[in-house]
Design a protein around this ligand. Structure first.
Ligand SMILES: NC(=O)c1ccc[n+]([C@@H]2O[C@H](COP(=O)([O-])OP(=O)(O)OC[C@H]3O[C@@H](n4cnc5c(N)ncnc54)[C@H](OP(=O)(O)O)[C@@H]3O)[C@@H](O)[C@H]2O)c1
Length: 306
């Protein structure tokens, strides 16, 4: 396993995502954590809304049952998305940030959160209010570091203007969702991919030493399904299979290795709930794709390089 430095915190490049654990048997989640930890994973990603709070609860129970030492692990969670009768809305008010963090601490049965992220940009953000809430949480020893998710360069800059040290930006990125790099590769061309949809997030985060985290590494669209072995993506799967054979691993591991190969040194968040798959995914940390292979996979997604 490789590690990266997130504002002084030594975090594994592969993180275990806990969005899908709420309805799984506790034993399966415990086996999953054991497998992840055995492979060197020390970082876990959660959110207050996953399973409407149940994912944090299950994680807290499993972590305690397994007798893991809290100080050896990184527990990251998120706040800022709320539910109402009409659907979801976003809330970055200090009141909501503080109460969400308190509730997460209680649900996970822990005294502190290592990294707290703002889940999706709130149109009504008051950055100075966010900064004040974060300062309060840090001063109370309840949160060690802060970050954002799904945020553009300018949205991060707004927080930085008020003194927030943004340590992380978590964005969707995979061979099924390449927007983070498409705009840069195609800048000043007439191709659709030239449209900047990811808000220059990748370039800005690299400039500011903000750790990028890639969510849904195997999904295409917005949770439409997994592209591995999917007949909708024949060229991509042929290339994944070819490289899997070359590196003596699985196509899934190659899909992870493609993200890990990016020099931004992103963390990749796996959402598997299968201990067996966790093992195969962690094997991806051993694979170092060449530049040419990285581009051959990118091209196999249907993207063109001018
Ligand atoms: N910040 C955000 O807005 C945001 C949004 C979404 C997710 N996230 C984070 O990202 C994490 C990962 O998201 P995700 O769960 O969508 O990621 P993913 O790893 O792309 O997808 C995992 C899902 O794909 C299934 N799957 C099918 N075939 C698979 C294969 N060959 N290998 C591995 N999995 C396969 C898994 O089933 P099995 O369980 O049976 O393996 C699981 O249901 C979440 O847990 C969450 O922490 C963040």
């Amino acid at each position: 396993m490789n590690y990266t430095n997130v504002r002084g915190i030594n975090a594994s490049r592969i993180m275990m995502g806990c969005m899908r654990i709420a309805d799984k048997p506790l034993q399966q989640t415990e086996d999953l954590i054991v497998e992840a930890v055995r492979a060197g994973v020390n970082a876990f990603d959660l959110a207050d809304i996953y399973g409407k709070g149940d994912c944090e609860k299950v994680f807290g129970v499993a972590f305690k049952d397994l007798g893991l030492k809290r100080e050896e692990y990184i527990v990251q969670t998120k706040c800022g998305i709320r539910y109402a009768d009409f659907g979801k809305y976003y809330d970055f008010s200090a009141e909501h940030i503080l109460s969400s963090a308190e509730n997460s601490l209680k649900r996970m049965n822990t005294e502190y959160i290592d990294v707290l992220l703002l889940h999706r940009p709130d149109a009504l953000i008051e950055p100075e209010e966010v900064a004040a809430a974060f300062a309060k949480l840090r001063a109370a020893g309840k949160v060690r570091a802060f970050g954002v998710s799904n945020s553009s360069a300018v949205q991060i800059q707004m927080l930085e203007k008020y003194g927030v040290d943004v340590a992380v930006n978590q964005m969707q990125f995979s061979l099924g969702h390449t927007l983070l790099v498409d705009g840069g590769v195609n800048v000043n061309t007439r191709k659709d991919e030239a449209v900047i949809r990811a808000g220059d997030a990748l370039e800005y985060c690299r400039l500011r030493n903000i750790t990028m985290q890639a969510w849904s590494p195997l999904q295409y669209g917005f949770f439409e399904g997994v592209f591995i072995g999917n007949e909708k993506f024949p060229e991509l799967n042929a290339e994944l299979d070819r490289l899997a054979e070359k590196y003596n691993c699985t196509p899934t591991a190659i899909a992870f290795a493609w993200i890990l190969r990016h020099p931004a040194k992103m963390q990749v968040i796996t959402g598997t709930t299968s201990p067996e798959r966790m093992r195969e995914i962690c094997a991806s940390a051993e694979v170092e794709l060449t530049r040419e292979e990285w581009y051959s996979l990118y091209t196999a997604t249907g993207k063109t390089v001018s």
